[in-house]
Design a protein around this ligand. Structure first.
Ligand code: ZN
Length: 433
């Protein structure tokens, strides 16, 4: 197997083991631990050393890994790669049990982010997230990560015979049409607290000790390489776990130079980033300043460090679609396996300017990684990402890039095997120079 396929398989395993944002962060933590990174906590005093490797987590759903450079922070600055840990899904509401006609037991859910709802129908689904458990101290309950692992529910489609226009596009109501079916009701089923009962059994605690739940649905089908030459990656959550994964390996595999290398994985990008663990929060700013303080620097040194820094905001892009070619910009048409795309927008929904674009392109060219450009059609609004939002918090020049994929926000997205390796190589080189 070629190195590109091997690396894409690592990504597939990484995504297949990350069934909630909390599990994404846990997985990243495990990999950093294995590589000798030490955990530091916001609550404690930081003692950092040159060339030391560290990470800090926020709310179990955001993580920042960093390696202190050999140089001086005020001169050599930070080299940052940013990505996001969250992705569109469904969140289970409190008191979720709903019965239908006294026969079916369904779960009440709400939509998280912007999924393509139709792609969630008829798939085996499970749930994962965190459970809060009672302790003696009401201010410090315990958190438990839960992953049911086996398929336990499904969102069934309506038969075409009852919905003849289904192939002409249908309106999907997220309160009534997408509730997952859990089980059939009979006299043996205790329908109140059914879900909590399942969970208590799974994690072996008393129902009364479960204080709260933060659970999300996920599809249990595994990811796979596809295509006659295994050129594509078909899996959920490529946006943006592919960039988390490529950034993580870039950080781990790169030799530390003078700059301090930082990988920041924010949560809540899909819902606007305005949470304590999102890109609009002071989280990253605080971490960078605390690194400076721990290295014995003053506030002016910190601001000088920011001015000598650079951020690659890495979030997936859209590839030219073979069946909807007209949806793409007429002259900038990134394709799968053509290399990472630099994302540009006059409206500044991406942070890229001509200088930061040239810097990223230069890095890629120096290691023979192809680069493409992505711009929205002028009559399509397009999305935004963490780059412009973190710019409101931090004065650091940045570029927005991402690998082009098809079916973004589908329950299964399609990306390129080569692109994933290219992104990794470009990140490793950025951290190295
Ligand atoms: Zn994204």
């Amino acid at each position: 197997m070629k190195k590109e396929q091997k690396f894409a398989k690592y990504l597939i395993d990484f995504i297949d083991e990350s069934h909630s944002v909390f599990h994404v962060v846990k997985k990243v933590e495990e990999m950093l631990n294995k590589e000798g990174f030490k955990k530091v906590k916001f609550q404690e005093k930081w003692k950092l050393e040159k060339e030391g490797k560290y990470y800090v987590t926020k709310s179990n759903s955001a993580i920042i890994g960093f390696i202190i450079g050999k140089g001086e922070i005020e001169k050599d600055g930070f080299k940052l790669i940013g990505a996001h840990t969250d992705y569109p899904t469904f969140k289970i509401k409190p008191n979720p049990e709903i019965t239908s006609e006294g026969k079916y037991l369904k779960l009440n859910t709400e939509v998280y982010g912007g999924p393509i709802l139709s792609t969630w129908f008829d798939r085996p689904l499970s749930m994962a997230g965190r459970v809060t458990i009672k302790t003696d101290n009401p201010l410090k309950p315990k958190q438990f990560l839960l992953d049911m692992k086996k398929p336990i529910m499904v969102i069934p489609n309506l038969a075409i015979h009852m919905n003849r226009k289904v192939n002409e596009g249908v309106n999907i109501n997220p309160q009534t049409h997408t509730l997952p079916l859990l089980t059939m009701i009979d006299e043996n089923i205790q329908k109140d607290n059914f879900l909590v009962g399942l969970i208590a059994e799974d994690i072996d605690v008393n129902i009364e000790d479960i204080l709260d739940l933060e659970l999300f649905l996920y599809g249990t089908e595994k990811g796979t390489l596809i295509g006659p030459n295994e050129e594509f990656i078909s899996i959920s959550k490529l946006d943006d776990l592919a960039m988390v994964h490529a950034g993580l390996y870039g950080l781990i595999d790169s030799k530390v130079g003078n700059a301090t290398n930082v990988l920041v994985c924010f949560d809540n990008e899909e819902v606007g980033s305005t949470t304590k663990q999102g890109a609009a929060s002071p989280m990253l700013r605080t971490v960078l300043e605390r690194i400076s303080i721990a290295m014995g620097k003053n506030r002016e040194d910190y601001y000088r460090a920011l001015s000598n820094s650079f951020l690659i905001s890495a979030d997936m892009a859209h590839a030219l679609h073979p069946n909807y070619a007209e949806k793409c910009d007429p002259t900038n048409r990134p394709v799968i396996n053509g290399g990472p795309a630099i994302k540009i927008s006059a409206r500044q929904s991406y942070t890229t300017d001509s200088l930061s674009s040239a810097i990223y392109e230069g890095i890629c060219k120096s290691i023979k990684v192809p680069v493409q450009k992505f711009v929205n059609r002028s009559d399509e609004r397009g999305g935004s990402t963490i780059g412009p939002i973190s710019s409101t918090q931090l004065d650091i020049p940045s570029v927005d890039i991402g690998n082009p994929i098809l079916g973004m926000h589908s329950a299964r997205e399609l990306g390129g095997v080569l692109d994933h390796y290219y992104a990794y190589e470009s990140f490793k080189e950025f951290y190295r120079i």
